[in-house]
Every structure is written in structure tokens, then in C-alpha cells.
Design a protein around this ligand. Structure first.
Ligand SMILES: CC(C)(COP(=O)(O)OP(=O)(O)OC[C@H]1O[C@@H](n2cnc3c(N)ncnc32)[C@H](O)[C@@H]1OP(=O)(O)O)[C@@H](O)C(=O)NCCC(=O)NCCS
Length: 166
């Protein structure tokens, strides 16, 4: 995958999906920390980026005037191997949530995973994370299992969710 896979106008702001690169990692780690996700950190993402099976994307605002600045809005980190897509982390900056950025990231990642031969997508989500579960359901995920007390800080069950990739 190279270049822009898909771009949409989200509430007057053009947002596009790009493959994640090492240059994105400082912002990715900041988003991860601000989202309360299980922390991977810079080194783990950098190592992951080098893996052939990694599927890591970022959502960026595209300033009409080409100006720089902090433009990363969200990211997704997944792997595709043996026909399975494992979604490890998805995060969108809090102030930009509810605009479809998470959906855009997930949709593009699922399409790319299918293109690479993935036929099923799998993830774990906190049992109390209603926003993420709603997003996943809209993309065809169903709950297929529950892992008791899987998460820490705070302790919480994980729901296992799966979707068929087309
Ligand atoms: C989950 C997350 C990535 C979604 O990003 P987003 O850009 O807001 O996603 P979208 O705008 O595409 O969709 C948000 C969905 O959440 C729903 N939502 C938002 N707040 C909600 C709430 N409090 N309760 C239930 N649903 C909620 C929206 O209605 C929408 O649902 P829909 O897909 O059925 O329309 C974002 O909330 C986030 O970064 N959360 C923190 C990190 C996280 O939990 N990641 C998932 C780990 S498994």
C-alpha cells in the first residue's frame, strides 16, 4: 500500500489515510497516551513498522494551503498473518472523535487486510468501551468471546470481537 488510500471531507476538514512511517511515531505515541490505550511506546511501534505483516495507518488532516503543524488525528495498528487480521490499537484524538475518523481508519485497514489475503478480523475491546464496540459493530464485528479480567488499570473483562473480511 502506498500513498493516499482514501480521503474524505469530515466536517469541513479534509482527512486522508496514509501508511504510518517512523516520522509519525511521536504523534502516534502522544495519541496512544491520551487515549488510555494499553501503551506500546515509540520503540515497540518502530519495531512493529519493520514487520512485513504489520498494517499500520494514520489519519491526517490535509491543510489546503500545504502548511505544516500537528496534523495527525488518529491511527490504527494491526497485523495480517495466516489469513487473519489482528487489530491491536485504534485511537483518535479526543477533540476529533465522532467525526468518522475511527470508521475511516478501520474501513481502510479492513480493505487492505482483505487485499493481503485476510479473511477474518479479530480484536479485543474493554467490555465497558461502548464507543469502540459501536464502531466495530458497524463494520461487521460480533462478540465471539469474553476474557475475564483481561485488562489492568482498571481491571476489566475483554470482549473478543470478530468480523469476516470481504
Ligand atoms: C474508538 C475510537 C477510535 C472511535 O473513533 P471516532 O473517530 O470517534 O470514531 P467514529 O466517529 O467513526 O465513530 C464513533 C462511534 O462511537 C459512537 N460513540 C461515541 N461515543 C459513544 C458513547 N459514549 N457510547 C456509545 N457510542 C459512542 C458513535 O456514535 C459512533 O458509533 P457508530 O459507528 O455506530 O456511528 C475513539 O473513540 C477512541 O480513540 N477511543 C479511545 C481509544 C479506544 O478506546 N480505542 C479502541 C481500543 S479497542
Amino acid at each position: 500500500m502506498s500513498g493516499v488510500e482514501r480521503a474524505v471531507i469530515l466536517r469541513q476538514e479534509e482527512c486522508a489515510i496514509f501508511p504510518m512511517t517512523e516520522h509519525d511515531l511521536l504523534e502516534v505515541v502522544e495519541i496512544e497516551e491520551s487515549c488510555g490505550l494499553s501503551l506500546w511506546g515509540w520503540d515497540a511501534y518502530q519495531t512493529e513498522l519493520k514487520r512485513a505483516e504489520a498494517l499500520m495507518l494514520v489519519a491526517r488532516r490535509r491543510p489546503p494551503d500545504g502548511s505544516g503543524g500537528r496534523t495527525l488525528r488518529g491511527f490504527i495498528a494491526a497485523r495480517v498473518m495466516a489469513g487473519e487480521m489482528h487489530i491491536n490499537n485504534v485511537g483518535v484524538l479526543e477533540v476529533f472523535r465522532g467525526r468518522g475518523i475511527g470508521s475511516l481508519l478501520l474501513g481502510v485497514a479492513m480493505s487492505e487486510a482483505a487485499r493481503r489475503g485476510g479473511h477474518v478480523a479479530i480484536l479485543e475491546v474493554r467490555a465497558g468501551n461502548a464507543a469502540a464496540q459501536s464502531l466495530y459493530r458497524r463494520h461487521g464485528f460480533d462478540v465471539t468471546g469474553r476474557r475475564q479480567q483481561y485488562y489492568r488499570n482498571p481491571t476489566e473483562d475483554a470482549l473478543v470481537m470478530c468480523a469476516t473480511l470481504e
